[in-house]
Design a protein around this ligand. Structure first.
Ligand code: PRP
Length: 216
């Protein structure tokens, strides 16, 4: 399998754009679709394999070398701190991690949120954020639908991703502070980056060209 490049693709918001970009630089296979029953799809001609993975698992596949490269949001990378090489900021999938509360529960200063609870899918980023603020907050880890936290009384606030802002609005939450902004990144396994350097270097350069053209 050493002559293949294996790419871990995240299901979800980054999927379509990732497939489209890779196709433009010659990395494609038939039926690379999000709901594919086949979880590994190969193209013998171009020697590319795609692994269709759950978003949070992409860095793990890459770290362990099950995939040579992967596409994943910087938010997930910051949360997981896996040992992978970040090759390229792909610019798309822009979102931000933010702190939000129900409109009625908004307080004057950030420090006024001390000793409350925050629901999040990003416990490490949340801990770091509150540590920097110098306040003690109880972190409640959820795996999705974070906005439910304050509604059902699990937490008073949330630390979550906002993209369009629609979910916040629909759940009557207001953004209080921004933790960081994130975009999609191309990552590589450390050993693959050395062993398959020429091919991966070319892929990165070709992607840079396509992204620059799109940005014009
Ligand atoms: C993310 C995030 C918010 C939503 C924000 O959830 O956790 O819920 O998207 O997007 P918006 O600002 O465009 O409304 P995702 O769709 O990944 O699902 P999840 O809540 O099940 O994690």
């Amino acid at each position: 399998m050493n002559d293949y490049i294996t790419i871990a693709l995240p299901k979800g918001k980054l999927f379509k754009k990732s497939v489209a970009l890779l196709e433009k630089v010659g990395y494609s296979a038939e039926n690379v679709v999000e709901d594919s029953r086949k979880l590994i799809i190969s193209n013998e001609e171009t020697k590319v394999r795609f692994i269709i993975a759950k978003t949070v698992d992409v860095p793990t596949y890459v770290e362990y070398g099950a995939a040579d490269i992967g596409i994943i949001g910087k938010d997930v990378l910051l949360e997981q701190e896996k040992d992978v090489v970040e090759l390229l900021d792909m610019g798309f999938g822009k979102c931000r991690l933010m702190m939000a509360v129900p409109e009625a529960k908004r307080r004057e200063k950030l420090t006024d949120y001390a000793h409350l609870r925050a629901a999040t899918k990003y416990p490490n980023c949340a801990k770091e954020y509150f540590n920097k603020l110098g306040i003690q907050v109880e972190i409640v880890k959820l795996n999705g639908s974070i906005e439910l936290g304050p509604i059902v009384g699990i937490s008073e606030m949330i630390i979550d991703i906002v993209e369009t802002g629609r979910t916040l609005k629909e759940n009557k939450l207001v953004e209080v502070d921004s933790v960081f902004t994130a975009t999609a990144r191309l990552i590589a396994n450390r050993a693959s980056f050395k062993l398959k350097f020429d091919r991966l270097h070319k892929l990165v350069e070709d992607l840079r060209v396509v992204l620059a053209e799109e940005g014009k």
